[in-house]
Design a protein around this ligand. Structure first.
Ligand SMILES: Nc1ncnc2c1ncn2[C@@H]1O[C@H](COP(=O)(O)OP(=O)(O)OP(=O)(O)O)[C@@H](O)[C@H]1O
Ligand SMILES: [Mg+2]
Length: 346
C-alpha cells in the first residue's frame, strides 16, 4: 500500500555500524547520514559524571583534556570496554539522526556490533537502541555487512573472502550462501598501527607523541611496503623529548614507517593465511577466481593490498569506500528482503 511505503520512508529506519574507531549511521532511503569517531568526553563535577561531547567534538579533545574531563573510546580492541558510555553514545547518535519525535512510527534499527562482543554486551547494545526509541532491533555480523557493502556474491553458492581492517580488529571471513563459512578475528587493526608508530619514534628518536599524532602520520604517509629507494617521502613530527622533557621536532621517512608498521601488517597477513588454510577446498577454489576484498579504514594504508597480493598470490582489491562499506552493507540488509536472513535478534 502506498501509505505503508510512505510510513516506511518517513520512519527513519536506521542501520548503524558501531565501530571501535568510527560510528556510521545509514538511514533507509537516504544512505549514510552520520560518520563520527566513537569517542565520548565525560566531565566529572563534584563526583557527578555528565556527557560533555560526543563524536567529532569529543575526538578533538583527546589527549588535550583538563583533569575534570576525560575523552573515552567506549569500544576498544573490537570489544566493548565501557558499556555505559557506549550506550550513551548510541543514544546520542540515534537521537541526532532521528531528531524530535514527529514521525508516525518508531524506527527499526539494524546494528553491526564488534565481533568480539559477548552476549551480555550485545543485549546491552540492543537495549540502548530500544531505549533510544527503536521499535525493533536486529544485529548483523561485521564481516557479513562488509561483504554486502562491497557487493560480494554473498547470497550465491560462491565462496568469497573479505578482510575488514578496522580500528580495533581485523576480521577475515569466507562467505557463501548468506552464511559465514569461516571467520577469524585478529586483534590488530588501525590502533595497533598507531601504537607501532609511537613506539618506533620513542625507541629510535626518544620522542613521545600522542595517539592523534601517530594516527595522522599513518594516514598521511604510512606505508605497508618498503619504498623502492628504502626512504620514500620524509616528514617532520613534533612531540616531547623523553630525556629532557621539552618539545622537539624530528624527521622520519616512509622507509622507517614501513619498518615500524611491519609487525601489525605481518599479523594481518598471518590472519589471512590462517583463514586460507582453514577454508574448504571448493570454497578455496572460488577464492582463487574471486580474490580477496579489503574493507575498513585500515585498507587505506598505502600498499597493504600489494603486501597481501604478494603474500597470498591471490587477486586483492580494496572496496570502493572502505570506511563506510560496513554501514552500507548493514543498510542494504535493512532495506533488501534477500538479506533478511543474515539479521539476528540477539
Ligand atoms: N588513509 C588511511 N590510511 C591508513 N589508515 C586509515 C586511513 N584512514 C583511516 N584509517 C584507519 O582506519 C581505522 C578506522 O577504520 P574503521 O572506521 O573501518 O574502523 P571501525 O569500524 O571503527 O573499527 P572496528 O571494525 O575494529 O570496530 C582507524 O584506525 C584509522 O586510523
Ligand atoms: Mg568496523
Amino acid at each position: 500500500m502506498w501509505f505503508q511505503r510512505f510510513f516506511k520512508i518517513m520512519s527513519h529506519d536506521m542501520a548503524i555500524d558501531l565501530g571501535t574507531a568510527n560510528t556510521v549511521v545509514y538511514v533507509r532511503g537516504r544512505g549514510v547520514v552520520l560518520n563520527e569517531p566513537s569517542v565520548v568526553a565525560i566531565e566529572t563535577l563534584n563526583g557527578i559524571q555528565r556527557v560533555k561531547a560526543v563524536g567529532e567534538d569529543a575526538k578533538v579533545m583527546m589527549g588535550k583534556t583538563p583533569d575534570a574531563i576525560e575523552a573515552i573510546r567506549p569500544l576498544r580492541d573490537g570489544v566493548i570496554a565501557d558499556i555505559d558510555v557506549a550506550e550513551q553514545m548510541i543514544k546520542h547518535f540515534i537521537q541526532k539522526v532521528h531528531g524530535p519525535r514527529r514521525f508516525p512510527r518508531w524506527p527499526e534499527i539494524v546494528i553491526c556490533v564488534p565481533s568480539g562482543s559477548t552476549k551480555v554486551e550485545r543485549r546491552a547494545i540492543r537495549d540502548a537502541a530500544s531505549n533510544a526509541g527503536a521499535s525493533q532491533v536486529f544485529l548483523i555480523e561485521e564481516p557479513m555487512a562488509a561483504a554486502i557493502g562491497a557487493d560480494m556474491p554473498v547470497t550465491e553458492p560462491i565462496g568469497s573472502m573479505v578482510v575488514d581492517i578496522g580500528g580495533g580488529t581485523t576480521e577475515v571471513a569466507v562467505l557463501s550462501l548468506r552464511g559465514l563459512a569461516y571467520t577469524t578475528s585478529v586483534r590488530t587493526g588501525g590502533d595497533k598501527m598507531d601504537e607501532a608508530i609511537s613506539s618506533y619514534v620513542r625507541r629510535n628518536h626518544n620522542l613521545l607523541i600522542g595517539e592523534a599524532t601517530a594516527e595522522r602520520i599513518k594516514k598521511e604517509v604510512g606505508v605497508a611496503l618498503m619504498p623502492a629507494d628504502g626512504k620514500g617521502q620524509t616528514i617532520h613530527i613534533k612531540g616531547r623529548d623523553l630525556v629532557n622533557g621539552v618539545p622537539k621536532e624530528i624527521s622520519i621517512n616512509q622507509g622507517q614507517l614501513a619498518e615500524a608498521l611491519s609487525e601489525p601488517v605481518g599479523t594481518i597477513v598471518e590472519g589471512v593465511r590462517i583463514a586460507l588454510e582453514n577454508t574448504a577446498p571448493e570454497l578455496a577454489a572460488d577464492i582463487v577466481d574471486q580474490g580477496i576484498v579489503l574493507t575498513g579504514g585500515g585498507a587505506l594504508l598505502e600498499g597493504i593490498d600489494e603486501v597481501l597480493r604478494r603474500e597470498t598470490g591471490l587477486p586483492v582489491t580494496v572496496a570502493e569506500d572502505p570506511l563506510t562499506c560496513v554501514a552500507l552493507g548493514t543498510g542494504r540488509a535493512l532495506e533488501e528482503e534477500v538479506f533478511r536472513g543474515v539479521l539476528s535478534t540477539g
